[in-house]
Design a protein around this ligand. Structure first.
Ligand code: SF4
Ligand code: SF4
Length: 457
């Protein structure tokens, strides 16, 4: 058994990867597709098409709205039908570009063949620009624009690239299938990232419940002959795929409160992002589709689907046999960190990794009782926080104390909630407290910036 894991906290939920043997299948686009302009961390993108415009697959339909932002490309060919607010997965109104699908015409510049291209262009600046032009964002959940991550601030230096293939959340299998079925492209993507970051070592971290993926990627690395890329088999432990925990597990370095991975010499990219980097750099293909696990014991068909970005969830459900009568909750992502889908007509995003269906029994929570001060939540917290204290402070909205006790460092992993014998909804409560602490930090930063600008005048 591997000993490679992070130092503190964590839990070991049953992995329930019931879709692991389902090969990737391609889902045809829906008749109407809806592309959100807010598919990444940072400023929303700005539409550059108008109603009535004809578009092809891969055509830019929205440009970055700031430095930390990303291009959005049409995932289908057809006519722009509307541009306006539409409810997203959480039910919030967000600008979407609706496209009525006509045929499947791709931009001529995109290489749609299966030919593997292993020769990497020499110009790193041009590579980063291709990644930016391809709208590549982190597909491990954070959706941070990748070109920004690959341009470390002055004074910081990357010492290792970590490719996150842990997929430690129960039920999720899309990264596993990508490693098995698109392993060559992932390894070339890893080699591109290694070159861009200055030929530093690359570690592809895969948990040991995926032995086929570990063996396959090792074979691919040997076959393609890339140097400086290793596979590390990791102990199964949640939330190993979380950035700070993975850096600790692989490099034994801790990212401080509010710090970035680059502050300890790490750049972390997800398996899906490595594939997207390959596509953007070697095939001129922007992110127009991604692999989504459709799963849950109550769902009639388990699947790992290649889904065009902007596909309504309801269309996916109908395509696979319809909504099960006993499904009580639908989640975007996994059961630990995923978010409930409030609107089934909402469209998938670049970062949508899974749609999970749970029954009423699976979602039922036992009645909450009083804290018995057992400390299990603190033992489970991978950030070294005291969840029992944070929930108390959150309930009384003590912003100052929340910040002093690092509520802002909570990564919302749910390990505390999972461990609590009193069934206290710790994560739900602490999330509110984290919002208060973050709000105070942001307000102070804005005030300091305004004061500095005023002093310059
Ligand atoms: S949800 Fe937050 S407080 Fe709870 S275990 Fe995770 S990091 Fe710690
Ligand atoms: S795990 Fe639950 S009962 Fe135990 S100390 Fe934490 S909040 Fe209290």
């Amino acid at each position: 058994m591997s000993k490679n894991t992070f130092a503190i906290g964590g839990v070991h939920p049953h992995d329930n990867k019931i879709a692991r043997d389902c090969r990737i299948e391609v889902l045809p686009p829906a008749p109407s597709m809806f592309l959100s302009v807010a598919q990444h961390i940072g400023a929303p993108s700005v539409p550059v098409v108008a109603v009535g415009d004809k578009v092809k697959v891969g055509q830019v339909i929205a440009e970055p709205g700031g430095f930390v932002s990303a291009y959005i490309h049409s995932s289908v060919s057809g006519t722009v039908k509307s541009i306006g607010p539409r409810a997203d997965l959480a039910g919030r109104p967000v600008t979407h570009i609706e496209i009525a699908v006509e045929g499947d015409e791709w931009l001529e510049t995109i290489d749609t063949t299966d030919t593997l291209i292993t020769e990497i262009p020499a110009d790193n600046k041009a590579i980063i620009e291709k990644i930016r032009q391809g709208g590549v964002v982190g597909l491990g959940g954070a959706t941070f624009p990748t070109h920004v991550k690959l341009s470390p601030p002055p004074g910081s230096k990357c010492e290792r690239v970590i490719i996150n293939g842990c997929e430690c959340e129960p039920y999720l299998t899309s990264d596993f299938r990508v490693l098995l079925e698109k392993g060559e492209q992932v390894v070339v993507g890893a080699a591109i990232l290694r070159q861009v970051m200055g030929n530093v070592p690359v570690t592809i971290a895969i948990e040991e419940n995926k032995p086929e993926a570990i063996a396959h990627i090792r074979e691919v690395i040997a076959k393609l002959g890339f140097e400086g890329i290793e596979v590390m088999n990791m102990k199964m432990r949640y939330p190993q795929g979380s950035e700070k925990q993975l850096i600790d597990a692989v490099m034994h370095r801790q990212v401080g409160s509010g710090g970035l991975p680059i502050s300890v010499g790490a750049v972390v990219q997800n398996v899906g992002t490595a594939l997207a980097v390959y596509d953007a750099v070697q095939k001129n293909k922007p992110i127009v589709d991604n692999i989504v696990t459709i799963t849950g014991e109550c769902f009639p068909k388990q699947a790992n689907l290649c889904v065009r970005v902007g596909t309504p969830i309801s269309y996916i459900i109908d395509s696979l046999g319809g909504m099960p009568a006993d499904a009580a909750k639908v989640i975007s992502g996994g059961p630990m960190m995923g978010k409930a889908i409030a609107n089934l007509d909402a469209a998938t995003l670049k970062g949508t990794s899974a749609v999970l269906f749970l029954t009423e029994k699976q979602t039922r929570r036992a009645p909450e009782s009083a804290c018995i001060r057992c400390g299990k939540c603190a033992d489970a917290c991978p950030m070294g926080l005291e969840p029992f204290l944070l929930q108390k402070l959150s309930r009384i909205a003590d912003t100052e104390a929340l910040e002093a006790n690092a509520a802002q460092d909570c990564i919302e992993c749910g390990c505390c909630l999972y461990s609590c014998p009193a069934h206290i909804p710790l994560l739900d409560i602490i999330r509110t407290g984290k919002g208060l602490a973050m709000g105070a930090i942001r307000a102070r930063a804005a005030a300091a910036k305004a004061a500095a600008e005023a002093a310059k005048m």
